[in-house]
Design a protein around this ligand. Structure first.
Ligand code: ADP
Length: 444
């Protein structure tokens, strides 16, 4: 039973997207979350783990394919009455003025009431002078102020924000973040409950009473970290930084689990059932990216977050490269650090041919490559049709799209001179010296 002040409940929510054909991708699995008044929940997790989908399900913009959403104890059907959304890309109507955009959700209220709410909000979000401007005349920060005002005008009980500051420059983001923080802390303002999607750990700790860390493929709750710090929060304080460091470690562990070496093994589950650990797919990166990363580790270990900053890449993108290097036994990830293994060092010191040879041997040890080579071997003419491989990949890795994995396998297999791809006939064969040299990118 929900307590009286529980607002939003997700009960074992799952979601699958279709692609118009027979393929379905399970994006969320069994997510159970309860949001009560005064909760500020930050959803944190790698790109693609389903954060945006989850927040849209909370707002009733997407109906989940499994489980149930309740609002104040009632099963939700359609858009949620008490929830408003702020989007990363503002989602304003370009042909409407600032005033018209903001008033959209309350068009059915009496005009005097609309005007009273609008005037109060224009002052709150500092938009007064722009009431009659069009979105194209505004900076990114001003557009997001309109987005926030439009969300607040219906006096929602829960404000859902999907990466609201990530399209803004650093200073504008900082200002808006502080303003939202002030609204939440203001006892006279009705906004007190918020769900925030973010990939920025400090932003999560700045706002949240609870940080929900999601793991990917399929998206699920990995861990919930309470943040028990008084507002306004000081990001430079040791207590704040300790929570940030803990979340760094959790996110790294979530994105880089230490289980890949077990792929293919049969394990016995708690209930006694035996199941085979699915073969692990190869992250969608190419050999050049992994070799590039290795060369940055030559003079010692590095933190994943530091690497992301140094390359100017998103954390998730660096994690994909790290994961590929780890799967191939070229690097290891103690905690949130990344360092070369002995084999990684040998590869770095080797000639191009030796590098290719090392990667070839390592690929052959991967379950997914072992299966690919076996599949080629059992074909009567040792030629594996592309569509057969795609079908196998779909069965082996039901939570992934087969075509990106196909392209990745092709890239690595051709680089390592393990396989060849005959583009015109769409056939994969084992590599022989007579086969065309690898190099051209696969069409996929
Ligand atoms: P996040 O916000 O954590 O990056 P998303 O919820 O945007 O994750 O996406 C989760 C997964 O669902 C991704 O693999 C994405 O490609 C897929 N996805 C998102 N929206 C759609 C859609 N409308 N149709 C099909 N797949 C989608």
């Amino acid at each position: 039973m929900a307590t009286p002040e529980t607002l939003l409940e997700l009960c074992a929510v799952s979601h699958e997207y279709g692609n118009g054909g027979t393929e379905r991708e399970r994006v969320l699995q069994d997510v159970t979350l309860c949001i009560a008044e005064h909760d500020v929940v930050a959803l944190l997790g790698p790109s693609g783990c389903g954060k945006s989908t989850l927040v849209r399900i909370m707002a009733g913009l997407i109906a989940p394919t499994g489980g149930e959403v309740r609002y104040r104890g009632q099963k939700l059907a359609g858009v949620s009455p008490g929830v408003a959304m702020v989007f990363q890309n503002f989602a304003l109507f370009p042909w409407l003025t600032v005033r018209e955009n903001i008033l959209l959700p309350v068009g059915s209220l009496p005009e005097a009431e609309q005007k009273a709410r609008l005037d109060a909000l224009l002052a709150t979000v500092n938009l007064g002078a722009y009431e009659h401007s069009f979105p194209r005349e505004l900076s990114g920060g001003m557009k997001q102020r309109v987005g926030i005002a439009r969300a607040l005008i219906a006096s929602p009980e829960v404000l859902c924000m999907d990466e609201p500051f990530s399209a803004l420059d650093v200073l504008t983001a900082e200002t808006l973040r502080n303003e939202i923080g002030r609204l939440l802390a203001d006892p006279h303002h009705p906004l007190r409950t918020m769900v925030l999607v973010t990939h920025n750990i400090e932003e999560a700790v700045y706002f949240a009473t609870r940080v929900v860390v999601l793991a990917a493929h399929p998206g699920r709750v990995e861990v919930v970290v309470p943040v028990d710090l008084p507002y306004p929060r000081n990001p430079d304080s040791p207590a704040f930084q300790a929570i940030v460091a803990n979340l760094h470690a959790i996110l790294t562990r979530t994105a880089l689990p230490d289980t890949t070496a077990d792929a293919g093994k049969v394990v016995t589950q708690k209930d006694g059932a035996r199941r085979r650990i699915a073969p692990v797919s190869l992250p969608p990166v190419n050999p050049g990216e992994v070799l590039g990363l290795l060369s940055h580790l030559e003079d010692g270990e590095r933190d994943v977050f530091e690497l992301a900053e140094r390359f100017g890449k998103e954390f998730a993108a660096v994690v994909r490269v790290v994961k590929a290097g780890e799967l191939l036994g070229l690097l290891e990830t103690p905690g949130q650090d990344v360092r070369l293994t002995a084999l990684g060092r040998e590869l770095l010191a080797g000639s191009t041919d030796r590098q290719r040879e090392i990667i070839r041997e390592q690929l052959k040890r991967l379950k997914i490559f072992e299966l690919l080579l076996r599949l080629i071997g059992v074909q009567p003419d040792k030629q594996l049709p592309e569509e057969d491989l795609l079908r196998e990949l779909q069965a082996l890795l039901p939570h992934e799209k087969p075509r990106p994995q196909f392209r990745t396998l092709l890239n690595w297999g051709r680089y390592a001179e393990l396989i060849s791809y005959h583009q015109r006939k769409r056939l994969i064969t084992a590599y022989t010296r007579k086969s065309p040299r690898p190099g051209a990118s696969p069409s996929g």
